[in-house]
Design a binder for this molecule. Structure first.
Ligand code: CP
Length: 315
């Protein structure tokens, strides 16, 4: 089994075999993270550009550490201190950096489709680190990896994704990935934060959190973006917390061996109470640790593909 594409743009078209390959590969890299010296020579000679046009703590540091721990050379690009400030376009920016001989680009951007756009601008392998409200594939992969490590499977589990379903790239990638792996997926949020005809994603849809989480194995809670309140999509933070906040009382509805997840950053006291976030069933920090193993696996699996495709073209 190999990955069919030399880019990772999203999970909508990825197969169960490809997801299993990434998760299985991540298991080997996860073991390296527990060693005293967390470094292997796997990506020696490969140069990776981390191109972040949007703020990030977890994804950016996780990719940077994954690259360093695989012995790649890395460059981290920040718009605030670059010639983007002088009006240079995304295409020119990436083409100029690629002219300095890079091999892979990890990109985060507020516009959906930017990672795909870059595949037509440069030769490097492109990895989507979050594009607008479209996809965040490595987040969903690390979420699935974390769930699989706890339950030994994804197939047959009931996973509920709670919050701003309409604007969440994490929800979208989780839906595609989890359904492909045989999980039963439900989404829950205010009707103003659910996409039009969301049922067409093949998920159960709820606007009542207590109903949604009844008998669930996993609840993955999304950050409520406070600017949505200014846009009038929910009346107040207090009302959102009352109706959709994950509290200790609500945990009683879940299955016995339940799991609480959040991709971060969290609004403590809004979509999740501190006691739930810090409870023993919360795997929020495990998600962060596992994210590095997933990113190491993705970088490793994609790194060889550019040269291989070139060789095949030459034959
Ligand atoms: N989960 C996530 O994407 O977090 P960051 O925005 O900090 O990268």
């Amino acid at each position: 089994m190999i990955l069919r594409s030399r880019h990772l743009l999203g999970l909508e078209d990825i197969t169960a075999g490809e997801i299993s390959l990434i998760l299985d590969t991540a298991e080997s890299f996860r073991e390296i993270l527990d060693r005293p010296i967390k470094k292997v020579p796997t990506l020696r000679g490969i140069t990776v550009l981390n191109l972040f046009y949007e703020p990030s703590t977890r994804t950016r540091i996780s990719f940077e550490l994954a690259e360093k721990r695989l012995s790649a050379d890395t460059i981290s690009f920040s718009t605030s201190v670059s010639s983007v400030k002088k009006g240079e376009s995304l295409k020119d920016t990436v083409r100029n950096i690629e002219a300095m001989k890079i091999d892979m680009v990890v990109v985060r951007h507020s516009s959906p489709g930017v990672p795909y756009f870059l595949t037509n601008c440069v030769e490097s392998n492109i990895i989507n680190a979050g594009d607008g409200a479209h996809e965040h594939p490595t987040q969903a992969l690390l979420d699935m990896f974390t769930i699989r490590r706890k339950y030994g499977k994804l197939d047959g589990l009931r996973v509920v994704l709670v919050g701003d379903v309409k604007h969440s790239r994490v929800v979208r990638s989780n839906i595609w990935g989890l359904k492909t792996m045989g999980a039963s997926v439900a989404v829950c949020g205010p009707s103003t934060l659910l996409p039009y005809e969301v049922e067409r994603f093949g998920v159960d849809v709820y606007t009542d959190l207590d109903e949604a989480i009844d008998g669930a194995d996993v609840v993955n809670i999304m950050r409520i973006q406070l600017e949505r309140q200014q846009a009038g999509l929910f009346p107040s933070q207090r009302e959102y917390t009352n109706l959709f906040g994950m509290t200790k009382e609500r945990l009683k509805r879940l299955k016995r061996n339940y799991t609480i997840m959040h991709p971060g950053p969290m609004n403590r006291g809004v979509e999740i109470t501190p006691e739930v976030a810090d409870s023993k069933s919360s795997v929020i920090l495990d998600q962060v640790t596992n994210g590095q193993a997933i990113r190491m696996a993705v970088l490793y699996l994609l790194s060889g593909k550019k040269e291989k495709e070139k060789e095949e073209d030459d034959e």
